[in-house]
Design a protein around this ligand. Structure first.
Ligand SMILES: [Zn+2]
Length: 475
């Protein structure tokens, strides 16, 4: 739920610049980040992480000129000659936003990891457990109260940095429309949602540890699967409407075109919503969220304001790609396997740490709810350690969703120009460092995506389409 969660759980079409809407408590919710990572990948967005590195300017230009001939022969629906879209240089402000964002990301993680260490070594965890015991009396209520008290403490310790990252900084860069009242309201609502989640997690985990001290990690890992599905199911109907208004598309003409595209892609009963993100941000995005009956494509109102109709339809085609290619399922399956491994590692590391420092921390067993900060710390470390393979899978899915959109629409130029708009509106840099991509990149860089839109045209050379069997070509 913390801010990272925002980044993750709306895995957008365009990546969301780091630290955009930091309202929640980082530390505690990192324990739940895994679930959110899954959900986020379940909500595969169009614009994931904003920028990209990788392609050198030289090779990029070379590839552009290679494809220039093909492009010059390409004529779009309106009879306009279409060509190559150049990757624009980022503005100095965007570069500054990117570079300071990287430093802040590191600072935030450092603080996130330091908080549970402080809570453990100052003996605060044990003292809070004593308070919880007086109120809760029985083991499970004690664990729940202890978890929520620790969440409140962490939340308070993170609030100044969250305020700077989520409010002050966004306004300083002209990225936010949010009033302080709305930001504070979101903070309050996030805290309520997190408290409910932490109550379930703490109650469930300590019940499992008490019942099966040796195999709790296995059962917790197995349970994470239905929990991920549950969160994916309820997020769009119970949680997201707390923060913004969702409604069916007001533009009926666009809605009809989207339905047409959906039937071409073999998607029945597609639901498309618009959300009033313009009250919060100037950035543009779109995403797929939900599961089963709650699955839907959500378009930010800012996206429809700033992009042309064909660019918006290209974004929708990208989202449909996630849908049709089963990216939600695949991501949940990948995260589930990694979670099983992570829970095992967490159990071993946490047991060893308790044996080593129990005298300083004031508890002697993992089944003591005072160990909650330790579990959270281990989760955070595992999150950092294990997220790169999940992110790599996500980048692959994003590339394939772009490919699907290109094959379905054949609107290379609209796709590329959409990414250029994304770069400009979201204050992104087109080429991000490989370290950034490794630890945080949910999407290929914008330069890579623009380049791909420019070059990928197998239909012009009579080559087979990779996903041609999944949709009906337009007339
Ligand atoms: Zn996507």
């Amino acid at each position: 739920m913390k801010e990272h969660s925002t980044v993750n759980h709306v895995k957008p079409w365009a990546s969301q610049p780091s630290c955009r809407q930091g309202t929640g408590s980082t530390t505690f919710c990192v324990a739940l980040l895994w679930v959110l990572l899954a959900v986020s990948c379940a909500e595969t967005a169009w614009g994931g992480d904003a920028d990209a590195p990788a392609i050198s300017a030289e090779s990029h230009l070379l590839r552009l000129s290679d494809s220039a001939t093909a492009a010059s022969n390409f004529t779009d629906e309106g009879g306009m000659e279409t060509g190559i879209v150049m990757v624009p240089e980022p503005s100095p402000l965007a570069v500054q936003y990117y570079e300071s964002g990287n430093v802040l990301w590191a600072v935030r993680w450092l603080w996130t990891l330091t908080i549970p260490v402080l809570i453990l070594f100052t003996g605060l965890a044990a003292r809070l457990r004593n308070v919880a015991q007086r109120i809760g009396r029985r083991p499970i209520p004690t664990a729940i109260i202890c978890g929520v008290l620790l969440l409140l403490l962490t939340f308070t310790m993170e609030l100044p940095l969250a305020y700077y990252l989520g409010f002050v900084r966004q306004h300083a860069y002209g990225m936010s429309n949010q009033t302080l009242a709305k930001w504070l309201g979101n903070v309050g609502k996030t805290l309520v949602v997190e408290s409910i989640a932490v109550a379930f997690v703490a109650g469930g985990l300590y019940w499992l540890i008490a019942r099966s001290p040796r195999r709790w990690w296995l059962y917790a890992g197995l349970l994470s699967l239905p929990i991920m599905f549950f969160v994916a199911l309820v997020l769009p109907i119970w949680v997201q409407p707390l923060f913004n208004d969702f409604q069916p598309l007001s533009d009926r003409e666009l809605d009809a075109k989207i339905l047409e595209l959906a039937s071409q892609a073999g998607i029945e009963e597609s639901r498309v919503f618009e959300v009033n993100k313009s009250v919060d941000t100037k950035a543009v995005n779109a995403y797929v969220v939900g599961f089963g009956d709650t699955k839907r494509i959500v378009l930010w109102d800012t996206l429809m304001d700033r992009l042309s109709e064909r660019q918006v339809l290209f974004v929708v085609a990208h989202e449909m790609g996630h849908y049709v290619l089963g990216h939600v399922w695949k991501t949940i399956a990948a995260i589930f396997s990694i979670l099983m491994l992570a829970f095992f590692v967490i159990d071993r590391v946490a047991q060893a740490a308790v044996a080593r420092w129990s005298h300083r921390w004031g508890f002697a067993r993992l089944s003591d709810p005072a160990s909650f900060p330790l579990l959270v710390l281990c989760f955070q470390a595992c999150y950092l350690l294990f997220s790169p393979p999940v992110l790599a899978l996500s980048r692959y899915h994003e590339r394939e969703a772009d490919r699907f959109a290109l094959e379905l629409t054949q609107w290379n130029r609209d796709g590329a120009e959409g990414f250029v708009r994304l770069q400009q509106e979201n204050l992104s840099v087109p080429r991000r460092g490989s370290l950034f991509q490794f630890f945080r990149g949910t999407h290929p860089t914008l330069a890579e995506r623009i380049d791909f839109c420019n070059c990928y045209r197998p239909w012009e050379f009579g080559e087979p389409l990779r996903y041609g069997h999944l949709f009906t070509p337009a007339n």
